[in-house]
Design a protein around this ligand. Structure first.
Ligand SMILES: Cc1ncc(COP(=O)(O)O)c(C=O)c1O
Length: 354
């Protein structure tokens, strides 16, 4: 069996989730008639402590609708250089909304310097785009953002009249890593933000679906954009039921993914030629010396272990991976570095990390 560590998006719905999907009451959600979607929207709004929510086909569309709803043509959003909402969403805000990104450097934990954020906020002057929004991400590359950073960055934005959006694709991972009741922890994280996008299709294990949560006014604007972007789905209750099931049964188990990532980091940690960057939640990054990343990926794939990356490789744990799979990944990596004189495989192709 493959040990697929490329992403937590590769999970398959469990048998119980499929059953829940088949049993879901359905309606036409473009008419607002789907009871399963309506219930999910109310539920995720309550979980995040927001007044309203909108079911979305993907995290990318959810973030895009948020940016389009917060900003107008000629506005600007401040964002990390390596944030998903800047680097990995096809430039959607600029392409479709004429919203200018102002990307800023991030440190190894994904944080922008507060001084850089302050310096990037433009004065009200026709030379400049209007700085309107700050976008943060939690977790970022598996790093939960410290409360002190979230407090300081969002307070700074508010001082300057900016709105703040959180790409919380993996906010449940951050919440579980914080310990205690994950639902309370999610609310504690997102209460600083005007809006949050949450993904059900990553560690939570649903096949499709995200939600944008915020004020009724913001969600009303986002609904118009979602329709325009082709994201108005009909009997979407099939998908909402999967998200309900994930919220019922697959939140606490994120702790198992985090433990497996820890074990992987420990197991890889002792191997010469590799350095493990961090494993705070379910994502482990390793740097591979001497340009051997692609050769290692090819070697792992021959052993039925899939990961992504080039120089820095990424391994992501999720509900489709177990302890035996993690041991296989460690053993296979060890065997690669034990093979003296193993030249980089010419045919090996690395994939980007997103
Ligand atoms: C942090 C983050 N935000 C947003 C997204 C976008 O989600 P989707 O793939 O559903 O468009 C991803 C996807 O991997 C992500 O990792």
């Amino acid at each position: 069996m493959l040990v697929d560590l490329r992403s937590d998006t590769v999970t398959q719905p469990t048998a119980a989730m499929r059953e829940a999907m088949m049993a879901a009451p359905l309606g036409d959600d473009v008419f607002g008639d789907d009871p399963s979607v309506q219930a999910l929207q109310q539920r995720i709004a309550a979980i995040t402590g927001k007044e309203a929510a909108l079911f979305m086909p993907s995290g990318t569309q959810s973030n895009l609708c948020a940016m389009l709803a917060h900003c107008e043509r000629g506005d600007e959003y401040i964002v990390g250089q390596n944030a998903h909402t800047y680097r990995y969403e096809g430039g959607g805000a600029a392409v479709l909304g004429s919203i200018q990104p102002q990307p800023l450097a991030q440190d190894a934990a994904g944080q922008m310097q507060l001084a850089d954020i302050a310096a990037a906020i433009k004065p009200d002057d026709p030379h400049f785009a209007r700085t309107r929004l700050l976008c943060l991400e939690n977790t970022w590359n598996g790093h939960p953002m410290p409360a002190s950073y979230l407090d300081a960055a969002t307070a700074l934005a508010r001082e300057h009249g900016l709105a703040v959006h959180l790409d919380g694709a993996r906010v449940f991972n951050a919440a579980v890593a914080a310990g205690g009741d994950p639902y309370e922890a999610v609310r504690g994280i997102v209460n600083r933000f005007d809006s949050v996008s949450v993904c059900f299709s990553k560690g939570l294990g649903a096949p499709i679906g995200s939600a944008l949560c915020g004020s009724p006014e913001l969600i009303r604007r986002a609904l118009r954009w979602r329709k325009m972007l082709g994201g108005g789905l009909r009997q979407a209750g099939l998908l909402a039921a999967a998200a309900h099931h994930a919220l019922d049964h697959q939140v606490h188990r994120l702790a198992d993914d985090h433990a497996l990532a820890q074990r992987l980091a420990e197991g890889l940690g002792g191997i010469e030629g590799l350095s493990v960057r961090s494993a705070q939640t379910n994502i482990v990054f390793v740097d591979v010396a001497h340009g051997r990343g692609p050769a290692l990926l090819a070697h792992l794939a021959r052993d039925g272990v899939l990961a992504t990356g080039l120089i820095g490789l990424r391994f992501v744990t999720h509900l489709g991976v177990d302890a035996a799979g993690i041991e296989r990944a460690i053993q296979s990596t060890r065997a690669f570095f034990d093979q003296a004189g193993d030249a980089p495989a010419a045919q090996a192709g690395g994939t980007a990390v997103y």
